[in-house]
Ligand binder design. Structure first.
Ligand code: IVH
Length: 679
């Protein structure tokens, strides 16, 4: 039986819609359809295909969901070998300059000749993949292997939402796209966080994890590891006109619906390359994924052909590295750090090592169970990783024979700072000091948190001062901060009268706050900034909140049993209540009924999502965020079609480009002020 025309028409329609929405969602990060609606269309197509198997096409979005455990991968001989690029390990400007010199020499260009044009892009730290499209349909995905022969990993690659199963506007018999499969840092961190919670083995870095996922024989396992993709080149081509320049090729790939990284430029001459290398170095830590360098490619295809290859590397491309994000060094010792909530974290004391652009001598070991699983012992050679803005961590150990027996590390029975007993919650991974606010380490952390910019915002109350105050016994509790006078402060070492006065002024200024900030500042476990604001809005007054039952707390948006329990326990402790009273007595105050009042006040930005980028002439990021939220708006970190406004300041980055690309309204600080005043 063949399917009725209507069924086949509907299936085609559904495929079309699902492709369109998947592209908006995965590639443009600008969904236009709620997930549930997408799922409905998806299920309708699945049902149609089940009823009429002949309607199933290889590019059907339902084919991303597949799954058979394989015995092994089938070898794939690459029609065009997958080459590698020469690596320039000189991480200074000279690396770029010498590449340009080589290119000019080989092209026999003299001093008077024009600068060579390059396509400069990022060197993604993942693994190279060849995607074979025939008549626009994805028919195979293969790893690089040895460059000649790779492995067929189509099944796992198909589950990467960013990779189109069908190219837009292309029906060439053969079009092979090459690019990098990688894992974003946030995806990697989440994955490891989950592993840690489960007490399971953590992964070393995003690249190895991505490579492991792609080569997983069980697609179900592969799918649990979120992967991403960027296209950067071509393999075999039949029946498609290749653009004249590499930058043109990247544009063309973008238009086909492939993800192409936005951080790319056409650079002119060595100066252009140097500028790109420097700019990306600045950007590196804030990118959502790891890069180990940048890549320069001669832009003109004609020139590329003239330059040709040496053995397996093109003469027209080079990878210009940055300092490595992983290094080997010696673990000299393990110290225990006591956090704000008493959590004990083993910290590696390292032989100082240059990694990810800075010298690192401390790194986190997360928790004692992870440390043991990795088999780390004092004196070992360990791998330290520092990527992005995150705290450096020890990710592994070089398993070599130890010179002598070194006992396994044990968590101390007593807090190394205050001597109170340490304890571990049943089933939990973390040990804690039971000393609470009698532990100086916890007091210090609590003070730093209390003084933080998004809490009480006490300018000048930083690490060093807090150490001096607590170690010297000058201040032992949060309320004690407000008893500090100029004379007492000025008596501290290296503290001038003027700075002492500034701190007293800052303390005074901080007394006038909001209930949300105050609640956040108290450092109640599980209560972050957002929850604190929600609590303030819901209860309107501190007394109402302090007296709330767990049931009443559960009424608050996003507050579940764990959070409710934590808040309730906090206020059930007399010393916490006492501290709150003392803070109020010291003059800390906020507009009473804040939540209700705010909801009644003008809310010109109600329901609006804004994105901030760049530096503003008068407002800090935090100030802008506060103003927007007070006006009912939401501040988001990334631009999508759902963004209502992008507020751009000086040196606005890729978010501005994205806004322009998506046609989102862009305003400056003045524009924001007008929006706020509109209510
Ligand atoms: S182009 C003929 N562009 O680096 C040039 N490669 O050693 C072929 N890579 O195996 C590669 N980012 O895995 C190119 N923007 C980029 C890249 C890139 C990362 C990797 C790729 C390749 C290796 C080259």
């Amino acid at each position: 039986m063949t399917a009725p025309d209507t069924a086949s028409q509907r299936a085609a329609e559904l495929r079309e819609q699902l492709h369109h929405h998947a592209h908006l969602y995965y590639v443009l990060d600008a969904p236009e359809l709620p997930d549930a609606e997408y799922d409905k269309l998806f299920q309708e197509l699945q049902a149609l295909e089940a009823a009429h198997p002949e309607l199933l096409t290889p590019d059907s979005p339902t084919q991303r969901v597949i799954g058979q455990v394989l015995d092994g991968f089938t070898p794939v001989v690459h029609a065009v070998p997958m080459l590698s690029i020469r690596t320039e390990t000189d991480t200074e400007d000279t690396g770029a300059i010498s590449f340009d010199e080589r290119v000019r020499k080989q092209l026999e260009l003299g001093e008077g000749d024009a600068a060579v044009e390059y396509s400069a892009e990022l060197k993604f730290d993942g693994l190279a993949i060849n995607l074979r499209y025939e008549q626009g349909l994805l028919v195979q995905a293969a790893t690089r292997g040895d460059g000649e022969t790779g492995e067929d990993v189509s099944q796992n690659i198909r589950s990467i939402g960013q990779i189109p199963l069908r190219l837009k506007g292309v029906s060439a018999p053969v079009l092979e796209i090459r690019g990098e499969v990688y894992m974003r840092r946030d995806d990697f961190d989440q994955l490891n966080e989950r592993q840690r919670e489960l007490g399971e083995k953590t992964f070393v870095n995003p690249r190895n994890t991505a490579a492991g996922a792609v080569r997983q024989l069980d697609p179900e396992q592969a799918r649990k590891k979120p992967l991403s993709f960027y296209a950067y080149g071509l393999g075999e081509i039949q029946g498609w006109d290749v653009p004249e320049t590499h930058s043109g090729l990247l544009d063309a790939m973008l238009a086909m619906g492939l993800p192409v990284c936005e951080h790319r430029v056409v650079a002119r001459g060595a100066a252009g390359l140097v500028e790109f290398h420097r700019r990306v170095a600045q950007l590196r830590d804030s990118l959502p994924f790891d890069i180990d360098g940048v890549v320069y490619k001669v832009n003109s295809r004609a020139l590329q052909q003239r330059l040709g290859f040496v053995t397996r590397e093109p003469r027209w491309a080079v990878a210009h590295k940055y300092p490595a994000q992983e290094q080997l060094t010696r673990l000299n010792g393990i110290e225990i750090q006591v956090g704000r909530t008493g959590k004990l974290t083993p910290v590696a004391k390292l032989e100082p090592v240059f990694v990810g652009g800075t010298t690192v001598s401390n790194a986190t070991l997360h928790n004692v169970f992870e440390l043991r699983r990795k088999g780390v012992r004092i004196g070992d050679q360990v791998i330290v990783r520092r990527a992005g803005d995150v705290i450096p961590e020890v990710v592994g150990v070089v398993k070599s024979a130890r010179a002598a027996y070194v006992p396994n590390f044990r968590m101390p029975r007593a807090c190394p700072v205050c001597g109170s007993a340490t304890e571990r919650e049943k089933g939990g991974m973390d040990y804690r000091c039971s000393g609470g606010l009698s532990c100086p380490a916890q007091v210090k952390q609590a003070m730093l948190h209390f003084a933080g910019r998004r809490a009480m915002d006490i300018e000048g109350l930083g690490d060093k001062l807090v150490d001096q105050l607590v170690d010297g016994g000058v201040v032992t509790s949060l309320p004690g901060l407000y008893k500090l006078g100029v004379a007492r402060l000025a008596a501290l070492e290296r503290m001038a009268e003027k700075s002492a006065q500034n701190i007293v002024d800052a303390l005074d200024k901080s007394k006038s706050t909001t209930l949300g900030r105050f609640l956040f500042a108290l450092g109640i476990r599980q209560v972050g900034e957002t929850t604190a604001k929600d609590l303030a809005r819901h209860f309107g007054s501190l007394d109402a909140l302090m007296d709330a039952s767990q049931e009443q707390l559960l009424q608050v948006k996003d507050v579940g049993p764990i959070v409710a329990h934590s808040i309730h326990t906090f206020f059930a402790q007399p010393h916490n209540r006492e501290a709150v009273e003392q803070l109020r007595a010291a003059g800390v105050h906020w507009p009473e009924g804040e939540g209700a009042a705010a909801a009644q006040g003008p809310q010109p930005l109600m329901g609006k999502t804004l994105v901030l980028t760049g530096t503003f002439p008068t407002l800090s990021r935090d100030e802008a965020k506060d103003l927007i939220e007070a006006a009912g708006g939401k501040v988001s970190g990334s631009v999508s079609k759902k963004t209502h406004y992008v507020i751009a300041g000086a040196e606005a980055g890729s978010k501005l480009d994205k806004a322009q690309e998506l046609g989102v309204t862009v305003l400056d600080e003045q524009g924001l002020r007008e929006l706020l005043a509109a209510g």
